[in-house]
Every structure is written in structure tokens, then in C-alpha cells.
Ligand binder design. Sequence first.
Ligand SMILES: *[C@@H]1O[C@H](CO)[C@@H](O)[C@H](O)[C@H]1NC(C)=O
Ligand SMILES: *[C@@H]1O[C@H](CO)[C@@H](O)[C@H](O)[C@H]1NC(C)=O
Ligand SMILES: *[C@@H]1O[C@H](CO)[C@@H](O)[C@H](O)[C@H]1NC(C)=O
Ligand SMILES: *[C@@H]1O[C@H](CO)[C@@H](O)[C@H](O)[C@H]1NC(C)=O
Ligand SMILES: *[C@@H]1O[C@H](CO)[C@@H](O)[C@H](O)[C@H]1NC(C)=O
Ligand SMILES: *[C@@H]1O[C@H](CO)[C@@H](O)[C@H](O)[C@H]1NC(C)=O
Ligand SMILES: *[C@@H]1O[C@H](CO)[C@@H](O)[C@H](O)[C@H]1NC(C)=O
Ligand SMILES: *[C@@H]1O[C@H](CO)[C@@H](O)[C@H](O)[C@H]1NC(C)=O
Ligand SMILES: *[C@@H]1O[C@H](CO)[C@@H](O)[C@H](O)[C@H]1NC(C)=O
Length: 533
Amino acid sequence: MYFLSILAGASLAASAAIGFDKRQSGVPQYFQTTPEVFAGPTPTGVPAFLAETNPAPFPSTTYIPPQPLETQTPIKGAPANGNIYHLHGQLSHYFPNPDGLGVNEYSLPKGSNISQVHVLHRHGSRYPTATPPTVDKLLNTTVKWKASGQLAFLNDWTYKLGQQILTPVGKQELFDSGALHQYLYGHLYPHDGSKIIARSTTQDRMTQSAEYFLAGFFGLQWTNNATLELIIEEPNFNNTLAGYMNCNNSNLAPGESGNTAEAEWYTIYLADALKRLQGMIDPPDILNVTDLYNFQSLCAYETVALGYSDFCGLFTYEEWEGYEYSVDINFAGNNAFQSPTGRAVGIGYVQEIRARLQHHLITSAEGQLNTTLDGMSSTFPLNQSLYFDFSHDTNIMGILTAFGITQFQPFLSAQAITPGRWLQVSHLEPFGARLDIEIIKTPRPVPADRAADYADSGDPTTYVHFVLNQRTLPLGFSYGECGNRADGWCEIGAFLDATAGLFDEADYEFACFGNYSAVPYGQITNGVPLKSS
Ligand SMILES: *[C@@H]1O[C@H](CO)[C@@H](O)[C@H](O)[C@H]1NC(C)=O
Ligand SMILES: *[C@@H]1O[C@H](CO)[C@@H](O)[C@H](O)[C@H]1NC(C)=O
Ligand SMILES: *[C@@H]1O[C@H](CO)[C@@H](O)[C@H](O)[C@H]1NC(C)=O
Ligand SMILES: *[C@@H]1O[C@H](CO)[C@@H](O)[C@H](O)[C@H]1NC(C)=O
Ligand SMILES: *[C@@H]1O[C@H](CO)[C@@H](O)[C@H](O)[C@H]1NC(C)=O
Ligand SMILES: *[C@@H]1O[C@H](CO)[C@@H](O)[C@H](O)[C@H]1NC(C)=O
Ligand SMILES: *[C@@H]1O[C@H](CO)[C@@H](O)[C@H](O)[C@H]1NC(C)=O
Ligand SMILES: *[C@@H]1O[C@H](CO)[C@@H](O)[C@H](O)[C@H]1NC(C)=O
Ligand SMILES: *[C@@H]1O[C@H](CO)[C@@H](O)[C@H](O)[C@H]1NC(C)=O
């Protein structure tokens, strides 16, 4: 997939050159935020001009000012509460999961405390990884073409996007989340002059996402409150926040059955759109179904970069549901339970969470975590109440898979939409997604049915509570050890038991580096390679 591919094929030698020559003396590489090292590509785009380009108000609607994006585009077949901007998979501008994840949320009973939170955060809205081939095909061709009707805008359309870096609304998503998290957890900051360590990666959008978040959480003087640790994000480096960098098979055919599933599905759901839109351009066959799929991605990218996109209105609501589903199966096949490296890519972060909860450094290699960093308390502190880690969509999907969140495991056909599925990427990994892992201390056990605040007797108890995009992710759905709790919490001992075997289950070494063949989408069901015997 043009828009998703993460490894641009940069050779280690070349990237080492762009990294190490910017090193400041006296500051360890992992605490150097400026100038950036190993920042990745950073081409910027044309600045937005929404005041000039905004077509609102649209026919027969009242004007609503952009907030900050213009998302009122009329869509054929949209239900009253339907919003196509929530059907953009991992390219959706952040919105809290509107449906929840199968349990209700509960307030804390009086006398209980949240003692710790681990925030795992995705970066904000960004430009595409690279310019899609469709753009070149239309703008850099000797074929003379002319569009009409709804497609007429293409006649004088220009490509204005940069690559990889945050767009304005992407910065806002992280700042807003920082402010939200200050409301939610500000009390957990020690307020004794000590600084916390927050972790991100060296990539420009990752570093900046962390910085905008910290500015939202602490204010512009956040460097008084937090030190940002940047883990090198380059091929063959160990990085739990970008686990595919040292998991070769995840970037090769075995780890990419999702691409095939996605293409199979878009050929089906865009068949009508192909006829319709080919009728609006001459010669018609300058556009094929892959181009239309790229048009849908361009709608998402232009919206977050420029505030509005003419591509969005070209498709029906049903075609947008098809688009969301294409991303869902892509993630299933490339990054989750239908991928042989689904668990392996995310297992390092699972190891880190377990180590923090059990108060130990990690000094010997368990998979691909960086033992240099995870072996020192200056870079892997164990005494914090607030942990902030910044990562990527596919990596967080890998972490959910490595945690064995089986809600996202059922097979999703590439031929028809599976209704009622939990794996909806816009609900799990939109831009600015966040998983908050809360540690809750209670004076006595809290009944599983939540019919009363506390059990009549029993000892002080600690619970783990996963909150994904502001809704509870019920641990009991995946871990029998947690029991069937109405609130989705899990007692910490049960949680540690349930997660103890996950490293072995991920089969890290073989999954990432073993010599096995790619198998068709759907044959793999547990996020690990098939065993030959
Ligand atoms: C147009 O295509 C040529 C040949 O592939 C390429 O070198 C050039 O960079 C392209 N220009 C643009 C604006 O994409
Ligand atoms: C944690 O321990 C380190 C090293 O002893 C210290 O510098 C830091 O202030 C402590 N942080 C907190 C939040 O207590
Ligand atoms: C950040 O640290 C400064 C200096 O220690 C402190 O005065 C301030 O209250 C902290 N900010 C927040 C939001 O906790
Ligand atoms: C681990 O991190 C350190 C500090 O950034 C870096 O020098 C080293 O190359 C990393 N090792 C691996 C295997 O990624
Ligand atoms: C992974 O691939 C890189 C080349 O991209 C290679 O240098 C490295 O040796 C491979 N690792 C293993 C364990 O096969
Ligand atoms: C559409 O055309 C592009 C070349 O412009 C090609 O790479 C792609 O495979 C084509 N898609 C299909 C489904 O034929
Ligand atoms: C990096 O990960 C490999 C496993 O892929 C491990 O053998 C190695 O020790 C790790 N390096 C560091 C510095 O942790
Ligand atoms: C909650 O925090 C308060 C104040 O720090 C403390 O007195 C109380 O014991 C804590 N409760 C539990 C269950 O840890
Ligand atoms: C991988 O396995 C195939 C088929 O068993 C074999 O032909 C090939 O040589 C192996 N490659 C490596 C690098 O071991």
C-alpha cells in the first residue's frame, strides 16, 4: 500500500550518515531533541488556504464554520448521524471511540486511587509516506485527459502535500490530548521538582507529537517537568515503539497478506464507482480501481492537511464503509492476528509494561527491546506514576495483538464486510490514538458485577484498567484469569499471570527472522507463523 509502507528502503549506511553528523557533544543521543537525528524524510507541503478553498455552505445546509476542518461535504446515502470522516481507518482525524468496546464505564468507588498510568500514544495527523503513483499518472503524463461533472475539479487540481510530518491538526490532536490527560491525570505528577522521562522515537513527527503533547500537559515550559527520550527509529535498531524496524519478516511478503486482502476488497466495493467516475473523464481508462482507492486516501490526507478535499464527495457512504473495512483487513493481515509477525512486532512493549509493573530493569535481551536503554534507570525509570510513550498505528496494533486481545482476532473476509466487528481501525488507531493503562488501588476488592462499591471483606486490591481512545477495553474478554467483570478491569496478579506466557507465544525469533513462506490472507489466525508440523 503506497500510503502505509513504512520502510522507505533507506540503507543503514546512508541513514547513519544523516544521523550521527548532527550529534551534540555532551548530550547522550537519546536525550538530544535538537537538532534532530534520524528524523526521517521531512518534505513540507503547500500551506493551506481554507478561507479561499472552502466551498461551504453546501446546497441546502446552513453554514457551519470549520472546526478546524471542513467536513460537511454532502455524501450520497449518508444516514443522519453518518460521518465519512470517521470511516477513514488509520487516517481519521482523532475522535473518541463512539461505540465503546463491549462493557460500560464505571466511576471509581470512593476511597480508591489511580496510582499510575502508562499512556501509549500514536502521533497526530500527518502527510502521506510518499506521493501516490496516481498523482504522477495524472499530473506528469503526456496523455491528454479532461474531466467533467463532479470530477471537473481535477482539471486544475494540483498536489500540495508533503511527506511524513505532522499537519496543523495533527499538532492540535496531541496538544489537546496533553490537555485532556492533564485533566485526567495531572494529579499524578510528583510536584516535587523532579522530572519524568517520556519516550518517543527519533522520527520528526514522533518527536514533535511528544512535544506537542507535553506542551498540552504541562505548558510551554514542559522541559522543566519532563525529559524526552528518543529511541532510534531506523531499520535494524531495536525499538519497542517501532517494533517492525528489527523484525525483518514483518516488512517482507510473509507479513503483508493484508495488502492482498485490501486490493481484493477494493476491487469489489469500488466496482460501481469505477464505472461512474470513468464516465466523467476522457479517456476513461486513465483511471483504474487502484486510482480510485488512492482518491479515497487523498480525501483523508487532504482533509487533515488542507482543511477540505474535493475527493471526499466523489464517493457514496457505502463506499466509505468499504474504505474503512479495507483498512481493517489490511491491519488484520499485516499487523494483527492474521499476520505471522502480529505478536512479534508488539511483544517488546508488552515486556516493558510487565517489567515496570514488576519493578525491574531489563538487562538481558528478550526479543528486540534495547537493553542498553531498558537496563538503566535513567532511561527506563521504575519510580514514575506517569509514563508517556509515543508510537505508531501499526505498532500499537501489534502491541494489542501481542497482549492477546482476542476481541480483534476473528477472521474478516476480504469479499464482504463483516458487520459487528471490533476491529475497526478508525476506532482503534485514528491519528492521535491513545491507550491509557491505569493502575487502580482499592481498599477492598470491588465486586465483579459492580453491584456494590466494595466486597464486605477482603484485602486492599490492585487492578489494571485498559482505556483505548477513552473507552474501556475489557481485559476479561481476552484473559480468563480476570474473570467476567462488568467494568473490564483485571486484578493485577491475574493480569501478570495472563501475560506471563505472551513472550513465548509471540515466537519472536522465528516470526521475525525465520525462513518461512508467505501464506494467503486468512490462513494465519493467531498472530504467529504457522507451524509446519
Ligand atoms: C515526472 O516524471 C519524471 C520521470 O519519471 C520524473 O523524473 C519527475 O520527477 C516527475 N515529475 C513530477 C513533478 O512528479
Ligand atoms: C526517580 O529516580 C530518579 C533516580 O533516582 C530520580 O532522579 C527521579 O527524580 C525520581 N523520579 C521520581 C518521579 O520520583
Ligand atoms: C513543572 O515544573 C515546574 C518547576 O518544577 C513547576 O513549578 C510546575 O508546577 C510544573 N508544572 C506542572 C503543570 O505540573
Ligand atoms: C540502543 O540504544 C542506544 C542509544 O540510543 C543506541 O546507541 C544503540 O545503537 C541501540 N541498539 C540497538 C540494537 O538498537
Ligand atoms: C534483517 O535484514 C537486514 C537487511 O535489511 C540484514 O542486514 C539483517 O542481517 C537481517 N537480520 C536477520 C537476523 O536476518
Ligand atoms: C492501475 O494502474 C497502475 C498504473 O498506473 C497500476 O500500477 C495498478 O496496478 C493498476 N491497478 C489495477 C487494479 O489494475
Ligand atoms: C536487539 O535485539 C536482538 C534480538 O533481535 C538482541 O539479540 C540484541 O541483544 C538486542 N540489542 C540490544 C542492544 O538490546
Ligand atoms: C488513596 O490515597 C489516599 C491519599 O494519598 C490514601 O490515604 C489512601 O490510603 C489511598 N487508598 C488506597 C486504597 O490506596
Ligand atoms: C529458505 O527455505 C527455502 C525452502 O525451504 C530454501 O530454498 C532457501 O534456501 C531457504 N533460505 C535461507 C536463507 O535459508
